[in-house]
Design a protein. Structure first.
Length: 388
């Protein structure tokens, strides 16, 4: 049995010493990957374990990244496991969970939470539960099954078809569930009921399925959903993370603010590094958008956090002009992005309080962030990550 990996704790505060401390902290993120042997039938591999975050089976054996997974049962007592199927489907399961892999196109969820992302090559992927038959139509969605046998399906993007289990639906028409919609089904009923679109139960698994391995401190991952507008998300306590375009290849070079490990400092536009075109990238938008609250409603908010991506960070953008330029390439289509979004790093030699800090760690996958913002103001950071 492998030893349980130590947890990664948030850093206490930012000073000039933070860079060295932050790089050391980031280096420890590798321990989130399991180190034991998977006890599954791998004679006919269906999927591979792409990521494992504090994940153990019911015998307290850690799951191993890179191991093939064949048809059969899979139990995760705790933690997160992302399965990448041979047809391109990505499924993250969150313990405690019990699933059964049938083949590359179908799995059964007995209890727990799964989040699914399906590319065009895997359209038609099926998740069955005791209460529902869910068929993907090219989308991202979550499915949960409670201890009471209640199934809930929440569609983040695209659409799925939901029906009662096969034995109960000889001639029933499937229910179409679209982006921003959710349904509930029970083993004791053949009805499929609409419920409020609520993503909270999927907030741990969804980031891993979207390429974020871990966050610490005051970070919150948000699925954009319908009617997405970054300016409409106000939060005094968290740096919010929005996924943008995935696996996109820009046709032109992209100027960025930061490409190498270290602390971000201001520079002139002509001195900004450039990413060449033709590189496949995935984009994330990080923001702090404060609002007046409490006895001192206009006080400045200070929020710290750390985020580690599954792939290398190739560029970070934070000044207004570059955010606007990159928005045209990586922004979500038909979304109106707000302006006045740059962060303010501490000028060299300035000892005053109230400046922002942004550090790219030596592993090139981790960002350490402290943002200072007054209510009604907005700080944003666009992170470009390597994609397959």
């Amino acid at each position: 049995v492998s030893e349980e990996p130590p947890s990664i704790t948030p850093f206490p505060s930012f000073t000039r010493r933070t860079l060295g401390i932050g790089l050391a902290i980031a280096a420890s993120v590798a321990v989130i990957i399991g180190v034991s042997t998977l006890q599954l039938n791998t004679s006919t591999p269906t999927a591979v374990i792409a990521h494992a975050v504090g994940a153990y089976d019911d015998a307290r054996t850690a799951y191993t990244v890179g191991k093939a997974v064949g048809p059969g049962p899979l139990i995760v007592s705790r933690g997160l496991v992302r399965l990448d199927f041979s047809n391109g489907a990505r499924v993250t399961i969150e313990g405690p969970v019990r699933v059964e892999l049938i083949n590359e196109k179908r799995m059964i969820l007995h209890r727990g939470v799964v989040v699914v992302t399906i590319p065009e090559s895997a359209i038609g992927f099926v998740i069955d539960t005791a209460a529902a038959h869910v068929v993907d139509l090219g989308t991202s969605f979550g499915v949960s099954v409670s201890d009471e046998g209640i199934t809930e399906v929440c569609v983040f993007d695209g659409e799925v078809e939901v029906n009662s289990p096969e034995a109960d639906r000889p001639n029933a028409a499937p229910r179409l569930v679209k982006e921003g919609q959710a349904i509930r089904a029970s083993e004791d009923s053949n009805t499929i009921d609409s419920v409020a679109y609520e993503t909270a139960r999927f907030e741990n698994a969804w980031p891993v399925n979207s390429g974020v391995l871990q966050t610490t401190g005051s970070m919150r991952f948000i699925s954009p959903g319908p009617d997405f507008h970054p300016g409409s998300y106000e939060d005094n306590e968290h740096i919010v993370i929005f996924p943008e375009r995935r696996g996109f290849i820009p046709e032109t070079a992209i100027r960025v603010d930061l490409v190498d490990p270290g602390e971000y400092a201001k520079s002139s536009y002509r001195d900004k590094p450039t990413l060449s075109s033709g590189r496949r990238l995935t984009s994330y938008l990080l923001q702090l958008n404060a609002y007046p609250e409490g006895a001192n409603p206009n006080r400045r908010r200070s929020v710290r956090g750390q985020i580690t991506f599954a792939k290398s960070i190739v560029g970070v953008i934070t000044v207004d002009r570059l955010l606007k330029e990159s928005e045209a390439v990586f922004g979500i289509p038909d979304v109106d992005y707000p302006t006045a979004r740059t962060i303010e790093p501490r000028p060299e030699g300035d000892q005053r309080l109230g400046f922002d800090t942004l550090i790219l760690a030596a592993d090139r996958r981790t960002l350490l962030i402290e943002l200072q913002v007054s209510p009604g103001k907005l700080d944003q950071i666009r992170v470009l990550v390597e994609a397959k």
